[in-house]
Design a protein around this ligand. Structure first.
Ligand SMILES: [Zn+2]
Length: 190
């Protein structure tokens, strides 16, 4: 069922067959998925009573092709009691300002080409017209060679690297931002 989201995620529209042809509806959305690490989902990992097979089968319900379209995967560890009582970190207002600035930078860069966000830029444009230097994209080459990322995943990591660059307020992604973007795809889901 979740897998039916694959095409709209990729193409930004839903096509419904009709008697007189096919109707296409706009479907650009942000997909946020959440899952427990295993069926028993204990407060502390060490208390898990699931077998390796059970864990694998449980996570297997999120198909590889769907997960390949998820740009950022993060493993959330339970907060300690102290953190719950005294939250630390940046305020939402501060983070919002940084995100707004990053989005403005993306609009500045792409709007002449008809795109407004990094996620809208076709992979072919990122790989050719706006190609980064081989040193910067080296981590992607390595991941592709080892089969740790698919071609689609590589494009998605490139887009994410641009977003990390925009959040930093930089001109173009660095090698470390490319590596960071790949790590967001590689971890937290196993
Ligand atoms: Zn468990």
């Amino acid at each position: 069922m979740l897998d039916t989201l694959r095409t709209p995620l990729e193409e930004g529209e839903i096509r419904v067959p009709r008697r007189d042809g096919t109707a296409a509806y706009p479907a650009r959305f942000q997909l946020i998925l959440a899952a427990n690490p295993c069926p028993c989902a204990p407060a502390n990992d060490v208390d898990c009573i699931c077998s390796a097979t059970t864990r694998r089968r449980y996570l297997g319900r999120l198909s590889g092709p769907l997960m390949d379209r998820v740009d950022i995967r993060v493993r959330m560890d339970p907060p300690g009691n102290a953190a719950l009582m005294n939250p630390v970190g940046e305020s939402s207002a501060l983070v919002r300002a940084r995100v707004m600035a990053a989005r403005a930078a993306a609009i500045d860069r792409w709007s002449d080409h008809g795109w407004l966000t990094n996620s809208e830029v076709p992979g072919s444009a990122l790989r050719q017209r706006f190609r980064l230097s081989p040193t910067v994209t080296r981590p992607i080459e390595l991941f592709l060679r080892d089969g740790r990322v698919t071609a689609r995943g590589a494009d998605r990591a490139l887009r994410l690297a641009w977003t990390l660059c925009d959040l930093r307020g930089g001109e173009s992604p660095t090698e470390s931002e490319v590596a960071q973007a790949l790590l967001f795809r590689d971890r937290g889901y196993a």
